[in-house]
Each structure stands twice: as C-alpha cells, then as structure tokens.
Design a protein around this ligand. Structure first.
Ligand SMILES: *Cc1c(COP(=O)(O)O)cnc(C)c1O
Length: 368
C-alpha cells in the first residue's frame, strides 16, 4: 500500500519551468551578478513587509549577521534569542562577536515568551531577536513594548515566516530589521538567498554598503564591508516564487486546517489570537514515545522530522568553557525539543495524501 514509491516527503521545494526559464533568461543575458533582477526583487518583496526598504543578500544567515553589524553590535553586547530555533539565529550573534542570551519560549506558539525576555534583560542587553518559528508570528506586540521600555533594538528572524502577520501587521515590519531566508525548503526560495527589511533609510543604506565591500560607487569604499550579494539568477528565481507565495500560503493554511480538524491523539499547533500562521512547519506534540511514533509514520510512508532535537544552548559551540550545558532555565524549550514532530504540509499535497497523513498519524498515535 505504501511502498517507498509513494512515500510523502517532509518538504518539497519547487523548481518549476517558470523558475528554470527565469534563470536561463538571466544566464543568456550574460549579466548575472547583482543588478536589475535584484533591484526588482527588493521592490516587489517590499510589498509583503508593509512597503519597507528591502536589501537582498546571499542567505538568511547573512541577513541576520549583516543586520547586527549595521546596528553596530559586537563584543560585550548581549542579544536575547530563543534557544529553540535553528542554530543560525544564535550563530549570527556570535559571528559579530556579541553574546547570545537564551530566553524560553511560549508553550503554544513555540516563539519567545515576552515574560522570559523581560527577565533576561541586563545592563549589557542591546537587542532582542524574536524568531517567528514554524511560520507563527512571535508575540511582537508585547516584545516591541518591552524593547521600547528598555531602548533595545529588535531584529526579527523571519526566515520561516514570509507573509505571516500579527493583528494584520506583517512580520519583518515590526523591528529595526526583519530577516528572511530563501533556502529551498522555506516557504519560497531563490536556491540560496536572504532579504532584510527595514523602515530606516539610513540603515538600508548601511546594509547596502556592508553587503558590497562598503562601496556604493565602485572603488570608492566608505566603510569595511563583506561580499554578501545576491546574484541576478537567484533574484529572478525568487521573483517567480514571490508571485506564487500568497497562493502557496493559503494552501499551506488550508492543509493545516484539515489536519487541525481531523488529527486525534496528538496536540495540534495552537495559534495565538490575531496571528496569521503561514505553516512553514505543521508541528505537533507527541507525549508518548516519539522515536516509535516517528518510526511508525516512516513505515507508513509519511515523511516527518524533528525541528529541533537539540536546543541551541546544548550545541557544542554554546556550551560553557568546561564543556557543560550552561545554567539556563528553559523548561518549555527542553519540553518542545522532546515532544515536537513536524508533518508534511507543503502546498502541493493532494487530498489523497492529506487523508493518508491523517489516517497514518491517528493510527500510530492510537498505538502509543
Ligand atoms: C533557515 C533559517 C535561517 C538561516 O537561513 P539560511 O538562508 O539557511 O542562511 C535562520 N533562522 C531560521 C529560524 C531558519 O529557519
């Protein structure tokens, strides 16, 4: 019934004919480095972040790192981040020489808990980096309020949350900078790529300088910069994908609604009031034996994955000097890392596949 042949993968990046044609068109033009396609992609992406300035870069990690550099953060500065995220969130902090301070998450949204953020603030804190994990917007209303009270910058890690919103305000338009990823498995991609959104024209200019050796005019270097440019080939692919994003997002949300209504024996992902969840992942909690649950699903041909089995504070680069896990108090982070499983929710799932996923999850959950 469910041989390898019709196994459902956990994710299915799209590289369609339109993407291939766009890439070929740019390749044939011979002008492949950052140029008119990048400029057009930036302008078009601005429309999903409330008309903010957008600066394209070569990855989501570069977007985070460049934002922190542009804001002037470095050694001695503390930046509050969730430990329950992809390592890139904390890596960006360390790459500029600053110190990540891990705060716990909310049980419901899997995103930073504003109370935990407030409790983590010290005289050295300079910024908060909420991650809109799995496509659910973090509690930006309260986080912006806390940041305002303490004069802290907010850098949003929106790598998983293109077009997510809270009370109608899109992610990437709350903080000083919003950082998106266009890695193939994200809700839209450009092969590799990233985007920074900002409401501050001065910061946008600094970001443009930093991504290109500190130059606006060629060989008139103004500051020390990196090379984090996006190619025009990547931008052309990103533009095609951006044109599909709204339809894909609605399909992800419809798939999630079907799961919400039909899954039994597992905890379906809660959605905060006012949140537009874009379901980069559809992540359930399994309270029994998760290994057995995952193996059972795999046997039935249902791809699934754990994001993330090890919280960042337990990864080697984030251990204490003596190699031990630091003295963090992150009970919801630890619990999520033990319980979560993400199911396939990508837009091209068929009704038959959705039904098979539901049947399989319910069967395996009943056994546990
Ligand atoms: C994917 C991702 C990143 C990094 O993006 P890349 O484009 O892979 O560099 C950062 N943060 C989170 C939460 C991500 O999921």
């Amino acid at each position: 019934m469910s041989g390898l042949q019709d196994a459902i993968p956990p994710a299915r990046p799209v590289i369609g004919e339109a993407e291939i044609e766009a890439a070929v068109r740019v390749l044939r033009s011979g002008m492949v480095v950052q140029g008119p396609e990048v400029a057009a992609f930036e302008a078009e992406f601005g429309e999903i972040v409330g008309g903010r300035h957008c600066v394209a870069v070569n990855s989501g990690t570069s977007a985070l790192q460049l934002s922190l550099m542009a804001l002037g953060f470095g050694p001695g500065d503390e930046i509050i981040v969730p430990s329950f995220s992809f390592a890139a969130s904390a890596n960006a902090v360390r790459l500029v020489g600053a110190t990540p301070v891990f705060a716990d998450i909310e049980a419901g949204s899997f995103c930073l808990d504003p109370d935990a953020v407030a409790a983590a603030i010290t005289p050295r804190t300079v910024a908060i980096m909420p991650v809109h994990l799995y496509g659910h917007p973090a509690a930006m209303d309260r986080i912006m309020q806390i940041a305002g009270q303490h004069s802290l910058a907010v850098v949003e890690d929106a790598a998983q949350a293109h077009a997510a919103a809270l009370n109608g305000t899109p992610v990437g338009s709350f903080g000083a900078a919003g950082c998106f990823s266009f890695y193939p498995t994200k809700n839209m991609h450009s092969l590799e790529g990233g985007m920074i959104s900002t409401g501050d024209a001065g910061l946008a200019r600094t970001l443009r300088l930093l991504r290109n050796q500190g130059m606006e005019a060629r060989y008139q270097n103004e500051i020390v910069g990196a090379n984090m440019r996006m190619t025009d080939v990547a931008a052309a692919i990103g533009r095609v994908q951006l044109g599909q994003l709204e339809g894909w997002t609605e399909q992800r949300r419809a798939n999630a609604a079907y799961f919400d209504a039909n899954l039994t024996g597992v905890v379906v992902p809660p959605v905060s009031e006012g949140a537009r969840h874009v379901y980069h992942q559809y992540t359930i909690r399994v309270q029994g034996d998760r290994d057995a649950f995952q193996a059972g699903l795999k046997e039935l041909g249902i791809g699934n994955a754990v994001y993330y089995p090890t919280p960042i504070h337990e990864l080697r680069p984030y251990l204490n000097e003596d190699g031990q896990v630091g003295d963090w108090k992150l009970p919801e982070t630890d619990r999520a890392a033990r319980e979560v499983v993400s199911l396939p929710v990508f837009p091209s799932l068929t009704q038959e596949q959705l039904e098979r996923i539901v049947e399989s999850v319910n069967t395996v959950a009943a056994r546990a």
